[in-house]
Ligand binder design. Structure first.
Ligand code: AMP
Ligand code: GLY
Length: 419
C-alpha cells in the first residue's frame, strides 16, 4: 500500500510515525510535511489547499490511500477530488465536512435531532444579534459561522465584550453569519470516533490545554498540550456520547444523503452532572490530541483507517488503549501573537524509548541547524504506565532541549494530577 499523508504539523508527524510501523505500508510520502517528517519519509512541497497539486502528486506517485490531517483540504473537497480519480482517502467529502466548516449547519442539525448542545440562535444581522445578547445577558458565547483557525469564538464574560464580538465576527470572510449560544460549564474533553457512514469506533479521548500559560491563563492557542486517558471521560460517559451525540449525527448525515466517513472529533463539555454536551464538531484528528492517541492506541490503525474510507468498519475490532501519554507543546516566544522565528534549537541525540519529539514549525537554516519557523514548534510526547510517570518522561526530555527562544507550559495534565 502506497500512502500520502497531507499536512505539516506535529499531528501529521505522529501519524506518519505510527503508520510507518504498519507492515502494509509499502511507501509513505507527505505533502508538504515538515523537517521532522522528512527524517522519516519523502516530503513534497505542495500546500494543503492546493487541490490540483495534491491530486496530481497522488496520481504521479500511484498512491492507494491518502490520510488528510487538517480541515482546510477536507472542506475544499480533496476527498471528493481523489475519489473522482479512484483514490481512497480518509475523511469526509466537502458536503459532510460542513460539520466543521459551518457552525450554523451543525447547530441546526443538533436542534433537528435532539443532540445535546448549548442553546443558540443564528444571526446575519448585527442589530438583531445585539438585541438578543442584551436580552440574554453575559456570560454568552459568540461564534463566526465559518472556519477561522481558532480565532472565531469569543466567550464573553460581560455585555460590552459580547457586543464587540458581534461586530468583529459578523464578517463576510467568516461566512457572514454568527451563532450566539449559551455558555456551558464543566470539563472539556476531545473525543474521537472513526466513522464509516453509519458505524463509529472509538479512538479514545484526550484533554487539550488551550491557554498559553500555566494555570490555564493567557490567550487561547491551538493547544499547548494534551493527555490521555482523560479522567472525567468514564466508559459510562463515552457510551452516552456515542448514543446521544455520535450515532444520531451519523444517522442524520446519512438521512441527508451526505454520510460521514472519517474522523468525527467531538469537542465536549462534560457538565458537573456528568451529562455530555457538544461544543463543536471537527472532521479530523486534533492537534495536539493525536500525538497522545498515536502513543496509546493499540491495534492496526491503517486497516481501520482504510475500512473507514471504504465505508465498512464491521470487521474492525475495538481499539485497545494502553497506559497513559502526555504531549507538551514547545512554542516560539511570542506565540500565539507574533512568534520569534529563526532561533536555534538543539535536540538531545536520543530522547529514549518512551518519548517522541514530533515536529511542527521547525526548519533548517543555511548551515543545516534546526531552527524555529512557526508558532507551535515541537510536541514532546511521552508514554508510561501512568500519567505521572509519562509527564516526568516528557519534562525530563524537555529539560535536555537547548532552545532559549522557546517556551512550554509546565503544568500539562494538572486536571488529572495536581488536584
Ligand atoms: P470552538 O472553536 O467552538 O471549539 O470553541 C473554542 C473554545 O471556546 C472551546 O474549546 C471552549 O473552551 C470555548 N467554548 C466554545 N463554545 C462554548 C460554550 N458554549 N460554552 C463555554 N465555552 C465554549
Ligand atoms: N486541539 C484542538 C484542535 O485540533 O482543534
Amino acid at each position: 500500500m502506497r500512502i500520502l499523508v497531507v499536512g505539516n504539523g506535529a499531528r501529521e508527524h505522529a501519524l506518519v510515525w505510527r503508520l510507518s510501523q504498519s507492515p502494509d505500508a509499502e511507501l509513505i510520502i507527505a505533502a508538504p510535511g515538515n523537517t521532522g517528517i522528512a527524517g522519516l519519509v519523502t516530503c513534497h512541497n505542495i500546500a494543503v489547499t492546493d487541490m490540483d497539486g495534491l491530486v496530481d502528486l497522488a496520481r504521479l506517485e500511484r498512491i492507494d490511500f491518502v490520510v488528510v490531517g487538517p480541515e482546510a483540504p477536507l472542506t475544499l473537497g480533496l476527498v471528493d477530488r481523489l475519489a473522482e480519480n479512484s483514490i481512497l482517502a480518509l475523511g469526509p467529502g466537502a458536503e459532510a465536512a460542513r460539520l466543521e466548516g459551518s457552525k450554523a449547519f451543525t447547530k441546526a442539525l443538533c436542534a433537528a435531532h435532539q443532540i445535546p448542545t448549548a442553546a443558540f440562535e443564528t444571526f446575519v444581522d448585527a442589530d438583531l444579534a445585539k438585541a438578543y445578547v442584551r436580552a440574554r445577558g453575559a456570560p454568552i458565547v459568540i461564534k463566526a459561522d465559518g472556519l477561522a483557525a481558532g480565532k472565531g469564538v469569543v466567550v464573553a464574560t460581560n455585555l460590552e465584550e459580547a457586543l464587540a464580538a458581534i461586530d468583529h465576527l459578523l464578517d463576510v470572510k467568516l461566512g457572514g453569519r454568527i451563532v450566539v449560544e449559551e455558555c456551558l460549564f464543566g470539563e472539556e474533553v476531545s473525543f474521537f470516533a472513526l466513522c464509516d457512514g453509519s458505524r463509529a469506533l472509538s479512538l479514545g479521548a484526550a484533554q487539550d490545554h488551550k491557554r498559553a500559560f500555566d494555570g490555564d491563563l493567557g490567550p487561547n492557542t491551538g493547544g499547548m498540550g494534551a493527555y490521555g486517558p482523560a479522567a472525567v471521560f468514564t466508559p459510562a460517559i463515552e457510551a452516552r456520547v456515542m448514543n446521544e451525540i455520535i450515532n444520531p449525527t451519523l444517522a442524520a448525515m446519512a438521512q441527508n444523503g451526505t454520510p460521514f466517513r472519517g474522523i468525527l472529533f467531538a469537542g465536549l463539555m462534560i457538565e458537573p452532572t456528568g451529562a455530555p454536551r457538544l461544543i463543536e464538531f471537527n472532521v479530523r484528528l486534533g492537534d495536539p490530541e493525536t500525538q497522545v492517541l498515536m502513543m496509546r492506541l493499540e491495534g492496526d490503525l491503517l486497516a481501520a483507517f482504510l475500512a473507514s474510507a471504504r465505508g465498512d468498519l464491521s470487521r474492525i475490532p475495538a481499539f485497545g488503549q494502553k497506559g497513559a501519554a502526555i504531549c507538551v507543546v514547545m512554542a516560539a516566544e511570542g506565540y500565539p501573537g507574533t512568534p520569534k522565528t529563526g532561533t536555534i534549537i538543539r535536540l538531545p541525540a536520543d530522547p529514549g524509548p518512551m518519548t517522541r519529539i514530533f515536529h511542527a514549525g521547525t526548519g533548517l537554516d543555511t548551515g543545516g541547524q534546526l531552527v524555529a519557523q512557526g508558532g507551535r514548534v515541537l510536541s514532546i510526547t511521552a508514554k508510561s504506565d501512568g500519567l505521572a510517570a509519562a509527564r516526568q518522561n516528557a519534562y525530563d526530555v524537555i529539560d535536555r532541549i537547548d532552545w532559549p527562544g522557546g517556551f512550554c507550559r509546565r503544568d500539562i495534565g494538572w486536571r488529572a494530577l495536581d488536584r
